[in-house]
Ligand binder design. Sequence first.
Ligand code: PMP
Length: 377
Amino acid sequence: MSIYLDGHSTTPLAPEALEAMSPWWHAQAGNPHSPHLAGMLAAQAVENARSELASLVGSDPQELIFTSGATEANNIAIRGTALAALEGGIDRREIVVSAIEHKSVLSSAHSLRSAGFRIIEAPVTENGVIDILALERMVGDRTLLVSVMAVNNEVGSIQPLADIVRIARAAGALVHVDAAQGIGKVPFDCVDFDFASLSSHKMYGPMGIGALFVSSAAHVRPLPVLFGGSQEAGIRPGTVPTPLVVGFGAAARVSRSRLGTDATHSRTLSALFLEELRSRQVQFIENIPEPSRAPGSLSLRFPGNDAMSIIARAGDRIAISEGSACTSGKITASHVLLQMGLTEEQASETVRLYFSRYNTEADATEAALVLSQIVGR
Ligand code: PMP
């Protein structure tokens, strides 16, 4: 088994989450929306998980809507809010996003152009952090919503959410935070936001489940983007998947008890890994310097080396990802790296790594050894 360092894509499943889910796959585990005893037990398990998640993110349990993941939560937060504003006669037609958002935010926002919205993308600095002065100029009394991520999924840069909230509030705009990569990595509390998107499989829970925080104080309540039953407060129809929700809840409970511990562990391992690379005289550049990146996240450029070939050559020994995205069979440079000012060539030399809760010191030293054998000194 190779050393898994691709936690930006998906984190390993916590054993506690696996164990908590197991009884709920049973054939007789009821539908949480059914009136019989099995259904009621399932509904209770779902509500317990909702409370666990609420404790982690500082919300009321009733402010959390379960979704299939952060992609769906982002779609509801952006499209659902824009459509609710249109329906409610709110005369604000601009949505401001950072230029390095996940595609589920960027595409949701741009899909609203046909409904008359103007989408404004705020630039980032060379450290992958939103340019606050530029943002300040872009947000005003036409702004309906400002949407910025907590931590970037490709480079790990931490965004200055307090400043973003200050700017948005001064203009009377709503605030959405895509917190998929932030939970469990950096301190996070929903209290200041109107909407926040969460993803279970980025915080050691199962894939296929996430949540949208909708503040009870938000002056616009998103409309659903899917139509069906009235589950999840009428915002997200469909049967709530009990096993996945229970696993998500267990992962949240573990995360809450390990907040500082996980961050220290990840930071220690990434520092050890970098030290090992340096001691082996490997030439590399950190795209995001230490104070701006989430603990354990690394975006590294190896000049003169193609990331795809590093990944392929390291393939059976370490699992890492490139800083590029493969769209319709064609490799395109990451929009995040290009926005940070890297050239296409520099972007193609970039790999991303994440040292998770389950990595060890031995993983960090071994990964550095493998990379030193592949890339030039
Ligand atoms: N936002 C960010 C920042 C992400 O990293 C991801 C996952 N790559 C998503 C949204 C989408 O999350 P999910 O896989 O839960 O739909």
